[in-house]
Design a protein around this ligand. Structure first.
Ligand code: BES
Ligand code: ZN
Ligand code: ZN
Length: 488
């Protein structure tokens, strides 16, 4: 998408396809011939069938030959950033199905929102929705995208806002592509190679531990999960130093199961079909450091990605086995399909001990229980640290990448006990599965402020919704970029 900013609304060319956003009150107030903005005129008679409902889109050919696309924003008092994003996404959808690849956007001015937030939200909605995963399609020529967008706005900082929005959108595409891609294309070894490649392109330090190095570090849980796979594990560390003079570092850990068959506790076929997405945590944290480096954010960020397949074979780890984690705690395997918490346990303990960040956030497609509780719209998170929690919550509000805090009382600790070892990876109680997984993980973080974010529902959509496409959504990238900026 090529972007331009123009300040002079009176200069809008008659040959452009002009997009105008209108809320329900605008429509009611419009005179017989109303001047909406600049010289963009909309005649009431043209729009008698348009009500301005959120996401409502219609094309109008004015009598003077100009082409308009009208997009509704709904009730004026209920407009927020997310509604603007989703309405703008409806414009993208309209253009793509109508084979329109070039538009001029009249950026609306809304009393209750700052102009820069409105501009950013319109841009995010347009950009984030213009996505398709077509790598394996032979004929891509029929899929139209918005190639050229001109933003008409008087806002002085518009170019900088749009430049940043484009970087974030491109990285959201990067993340989606990575998560959508197939297991024969992205296995742990491929993922590590990609991390190396993008790190050297962005001037970041990338360390890849291979199987031998992982053994040397005694990451017994990552190795246990890997036992059934012909592909070796990888442990990837990417470090971005945006503030080299500071010792402070934000640490991200991402679950990197490139395929989750369930192992010996094999998943039923229906729920295995999408399990290439089980590396979305790793894909997202890699995208986060990459984005931070491209935005040149003045913070230090370290991303850690434990990577393996969870496969079934004669050499696979089995229920009843006991393995020793990086921090020395022993774990009885109650269920081989609860593999995510195992590799995260090694990664969290390693991160705290060897990389010493000030705060740790892990992202993982960890539990089906999270999808059952929140659906695909909201992620679950758990943290004992109120300051981490409140920054995450405010970033979620701003970015529309929603999350919800779950209780983390010590009362839950009992259920992860084992007769044979220090811990069992399977809860002794059926209910509250998302909390149980986090309770297991807290045995591997000693003192660093930490939040666990379960993205099992939000990382992968069973259908498109607003600006988020079907399948990989890239959820959490914008959330965490905002978190990084706001974390003191
Ligand atoms: N990768 C799955 C969780 C998952 C489920 C992600 C649905 C996305 C959509 C995870 O490894 C898993 O299998 N979890 C089990 C844990 C159980 C065995 C304690 C689950 O949630 O059923
Ligand atoms: Zn699993
Ligand atoms: Zn899994």
């Amino acid at each position: 998408m090529k972007i331009k900013v123009k300040n002079d609304l009176s200069n809008i060319s008659q040959t452009d396809t002009v997009v105008v956003f209108l809320d329900e009150e605008n429509i009611k107030q419009l005179d017989a011939t109303g001047e909406v903005r600049g010289n963009v005129l909309v005649e009431k008679s043209d729009i008698s069938f348009f009500f301005g409902a959120a996401g409502e889109v219609t094309a109008v050919s004015r009598k003077d030959g100009a082409n308009l696309i009208l997009c509704g924003l709904g009730e004026h008092t209920k407009i927020n950033r997310e509604k603007i994003r989703n309405s703008a996404a409806a414009v993208t959808g309209f253009c793509r199905s109508g084979k329109i690849s070039s538009v001029s956007i009249v950026v609306p001015q809304l009393g209750n929102l700052k102009d820069e937030d409105v501009l950013l939200s319109v841009a995010e909605g347009l950009m984030l929705s213009d996505y398709s995963f077509d790598k394996y399609k032979s004929d891509r020529s029929r899929d139209i995208h918005l190639d050229k967008v001109v933003f008409y706005t008087e806002l002085s900082g518009a170019s900088a806002i749009l430049k940043e929005a484009l970087i974030v959108a491109e990285n959201t595409y990067f993340c989606r592509d990575l998560v959508n891609d197939t297991t024969n294309e992205i296995n742990p070894v491929d993922f590590a190679k990609l991390a190396k490649k993008i790190s050297s392109a962005s001037g970041m330090k990338c360390t890849v531990l291979d199987e031998k190095a992982i053994k040397k570090k005694n990451m017994g849980l990552l190795l246990a999960v890997n036992k059934g796979s012909d592909v070796p594990p990888r442990f990837v560390i990417v470090e971005y130093k945006g503030n080299p003079s500071s010792k402070k570092t934000i640490g991200f850990v991402g679950k990197g199961i490139t395929f989750d068959s369930g192992g010996m506790n094999l998943k039923p076929g229906g729920s295995m079909g999408t399990m290439r997405m089980d590396m979305a945590g790793a894909g997202t944290v890699l995208s986060i450091v990459k984005t931070a480096s491209e935005l040149k954010i003045k913070k230090n960020i370290t991303a850690v990605m434990p990577l393996t397949e969870n496969m079934l074979s004669s050499s696979a780890f089995r229920p009843g086995d006991v393995y020793t984690s990086y921090n020395g705690k022993t774990v009885e395997i109650g269920n081989t399909d609860a593999e995510g918490r195992l590799i995260l346990a090694d990664a969290l303990a390693y991160m705290e001990k060897e990389l010493k960040p000030d705060v740790i956030v892990d992202m993982a497609t960890l539990t089906g229980a999270c999808v059952a509780a929140f659906g695909e719209t909201v992620a679950a998170f758990l943290s004992e640290d109120d300051s981490v929690a409140s920054v995450l919550e405010s970033s979620a509000e701003i970015t529309g990448e929603k999350l919800w805090r779950l209780p983390f009382y010590e009362d839950y600790d009992d259920r992860m006990k084992s007769d044979a070892a220090d811990l069992n990876n399977m809860s002794s109680e059926k209910n509250a599965g998302t909390i149980a997984a986090a309770v297991f993980l807290r045995n591997f973080v000693e003192k660093t402020p930490w939040a666990h974010v379960d993205i099992a529902g939000t990382a992968w959509y069973s259908k498109a919704r607003g600006y988020r496409p079907k399948n990989a959504t890239g959820y959490g990238l914008r959330l965490m970029i905002d978190f990084i900026k706001e974390w003191k």
